[in-house]
Design a protein around this ligand. Structure first.
Ligand code: NAD
Length: 511
């Protein structure tokens, strides 16, 4: 084992974060660091019986937690936010070691957890319904929002802590216990997050036990959660292939689904674009997180008039962006999560060439650690692919840093191309033309859940509702009024008069 190995550092980190040794040794689920490719821990997997028991315990917790006043529930989330602030550097480092994010993105991910905690604390005093005018005299009609029940959270590897926090912070203030099935590729981040929440629970004092639990494993463990009749809402983040299984299973038992699935995000660069700004935004959106964000920029639609000015600058950015050990200062592109991701990138690039594309970059990079030791992970230089038309792999999400570029002549054409994929998550336009910007955001503009002007499609803040249309699944989580998914709405009508007028003037007089 060289100094490059993440094993020793991880053990110390997990100790500090409060993850018990028994939870990370001797299990059947191998946790790997994508930085080195080595197995860094072996985590205990949940059996179907374990999932059953976890949901049953959470359901008992629900009976008590739903009666705790919401602002008091918010106090738990406030304390959790404090624990996150105190452990920010350690948890961020764990995100770097287990998911391969560069240092600033690891820190950013934990900051996102802190931000959603702050948001949820405020929300805990604003869970309010409407009072609605009634047609009947001496009546009052209003909405009351009640806790929903046990929330199942299934998360993807690429946001191993923040996506859980988006869901859990809201669910907890809304009165719902959570059972979390993290990605089988990032089990340690889940254990550490749970340990930090347990610190907050200990300080909170009188919360019912089992408000938050983690069940580790793969698709079968997730499916057990999805099929459990005592889980009225499952928030599932991951590929469209996963959503195709989870969505119908939830629908079959009339449970709620909050699906956050794949994206194939585009940006339009118009003739009036500020190219300086656009190059920076495109570079981050296309290459940040090694192209492994659901909001990663994958398709660039460039106006003919500026194509030749923009392309060399993008090619330079791709050729020079520092790829390598994400722990090292200056690295901007870390490893892909595993060999399968690297193979998918190779296949997509071959398909692009077959479809007439010209590829710059995309090659494997031999990364080394600070001490010069070779790293075993899967490192790739981002690829820029000039496509003669939008076709072939450009129509699909490959979870790797590949940016396809094609030309357009008229905004109508660019909008049609932007919307002509199965996914509908995020989108951008770079323009200084107010008419174009407004058109992009209008009813006949971008069909995505996120439509930005003069910034890239990735890197959302927690204040807005996050999610997308079409094969992205239609879910919305995080900010705005996303909390409503975690509660049930009751419409209450109260008659404070002495007569009984029926709605719509119906008469029904009995002796
Ligand atoms: P994945 O679909 O392989 O796995 C995601 C999660 O779903 C994992 O926890 C996995 O164990 C679980 N799972 C898989 N099949 C299941 C089943 N049949 N029943 C229950 N659970 C099941 O995705 P990934 O490789 O971890 O993540 C990458 C994908 O996630 C990309 O497509 C990306 O766009 C998407 N993603 C979307 C968002 C969003 O908010 N829209 C955010 C992050 C990632």
């Amino acid at each position: 084992m060289t100094n490059a190995s993440a094993v020793h550092e991880l053990a110390a980190l997990l100790d500090r974060l409060g993850v018990p040794l028994a939870a990370r040794q001797g299990g059947t689920l191998a946790a790997r660091s994508p930085i080195t490719g080595e197995v860094v821990a072996t985590v205990r997997e949940a059996s179907p019986d374990d999932v059953e028991a976890a949901v049953a315990r959470a359901h008992v917790a629900f009976a008590a937690w739903r009666l705790v006043p919401a602002p008091r529930r918010g106090e738990l989330v406030r304390l959790f936010g404090e624990e996150l602030r105190a452990a920010k550097a350690d948890l961020a480092r764990l995100v770097t070691l287990e998911a391969g994010k560069i240092v600033s993105e690891g820190l950013g991910e934990v900051q996102e957890m802190i931000d959603i905690c702050d948001f949820a604390v405020g929300l805990s005093r604003q869970l309010c319904g409407l009072t609605i005018a009634t047609e009947r005299a001496s009546h009052r009609m209003m909405e009351t929002w009640h806790p929903l029940g046990v929330v199942g959270i299934i998360s993807a590897f690429n946001f191993p802590v923040a996506v859980w926090a988006w869901n859990a912070a809201l669910a907890l203030v809304c009165g719902d216990p959570c059972v979390w099935k993290p990605s089988e590729k990032t089990p340690l981040c889940a254990l550490a997050t749970q340990a930090l929440l347990e610190r907050a629970l200990a300080r909170f004092g009188d919360a019912p036990p089992h408000l938050s639990q983690v069940v580790q494993g793969g698709a079968a463990v997730g499916a057990a959660l999805v099929n459990h009749p005592l889980v009225p809402l499952v928030s599932a983040t991951g590929s469209t292939a996963m959503g195709r299984k989870v969505g119908p299973a939830l629908a079959a038992r009339f449970a709620r689904a909050l699906l956050e699935l794949g994206g194939n995000n585009a940006a339009i660069v118009a003739p009036s674009a500020d190219l300086e700004l656009a190059v920076r935004a495109i570079a981050f959106s296309a290459m940040g997180t090694a192209g492994q964000r659901c909001t990663t920029l994958r398709r660039l639609l460039v106006h003919d008039d500026i194509y030749d000015a923009l392309l060399p600058r993008l090619a330079r950015a791709v050729a020079t962006v520092p790829v390598g050990d994400p722990r090292r200062e200056g690295t901007l592109v870390g490893p892909l999560i595993d060999e399968a991701a690297s193979e998918a990138m190779t296949r997509a690039l071959a398909a692009a060439v077959a479809a007439g594309g010209q590829v710059v970059g995309g090659e494997a990079v031999a990364a080394v650690a600070q001490d010069g030791a070779a790293l075993g992970g899967w490192y790739r230089r981002p690829a820029l692919v000039e496509m003669p038309a939008q076709r072939g792999p450009m129509l699909h999400e490959t979870f790797a840093p590949i940016l396809y570029v094609t030309r357009y002549r008229a905004l109508e054409e660019a909008l049609a191309l932007q919307n002509a994929v199965a996914q509908g998550l995020s989108s951008s336009i770079f323009t200084s033309d107010l008419r174009e910007a407004e058109r992009f955001m209008a009813a006949d503009g971008s069909d995505c859940g996120i439509a930005n002007v003069n910034l890239g499609p990735s890197g959302a803040e927690i204040g807005g509702a996050f999610g997308g249309e079409k094969e992205t699944g239609g879910g919305r989580e995080s900010g705005s009024d996303s909390w409503k998914a975690y509660m049930r709405r009751a419409t209450n009508t109260i008659n404070y008069g002495k007569s009984l007028p029926l709605a719509q003037g119906v008469r029904f007089d009995v002796e």
